[in-house]
Design a protein around this ligand. Sequence first.
Ligand SMILES: [Fe+2]
Ligand SMILES: [Fe+2]
Length: 264
Amino acid sequence: MAVYGVLGDIHGNLEALEAVLGALEARAIRQFLCVGDIIGYNADPDECAAQLRRRHTVAIAGNHDLIGTGRLDFARCSNMARYSLKRTRRTLGRDTAAWLGRLPPNRLVEENVLLVHGGVRDVEQYMVTPGHIRQNADYLRADFPAARLCFFGHSHEQKVYAVDGGEVADLALSSERIYLSREKLHFVNPGSVDAQRKSRHKLAECAILDTVGWTLELLRLPYDAASTEAKAAVFGYRINRLTDRLYSLRSKFLRADSRRNAAR
Ligand SMILES: [Fe+2]
Ligand SMILES: [Fe+2]
């Protein structure tokens, strides 16, 4: 039993990751969990992976880690994700790719804490409604009966849900310590370390889990988002308008083509 820093959706954003790790290490946290999407969107995939590996982080693969290493296709990607992942594929170090390639799709910690990226059975599912949580609570009970807490990412929003039978409560977020009930299941998104695409704030998010007291804290930290953005632009991770339009036209054409083939 221990205290863990819980991270996710880092997306190659070194400035945000360093802000989070600095804050957690200042609180003497030495164990780290990661719910995936270590790479994609920003310019420092290798260094972000190295920071996690240096700390022996217990990590799983997100859809960006799978796509960036050729284990998943671009079918469900936005234009921006597709463009930056193509750039990431060209730059990713061999050592980083091999490490990312070994990350599992889910992982149990201390036998009752599960890490997934999207949904329990679908790495690219966005769990954003109580209905999604109810469905995934059923999957959790069936596939991981010992799990009481499920950390997930992908939707990039800090969230804490409590599940009691068929009831799902969306708990109000707080900077105070949250006491989790041992009688209920919980689904927690620690938020995204990378905040470059957020319009509401540019704060790096993470969580602290104490498995002794069964408590949770949610953190939001400032970082140098302007430097991250400048690097991403200079090193070719940002899609321009024309390419964005061309990607959209290509997707439209491919969709029409597959509809025609299906109708034959
Ligand atoms: Fe993500
Ligand atoms: Fe994701």
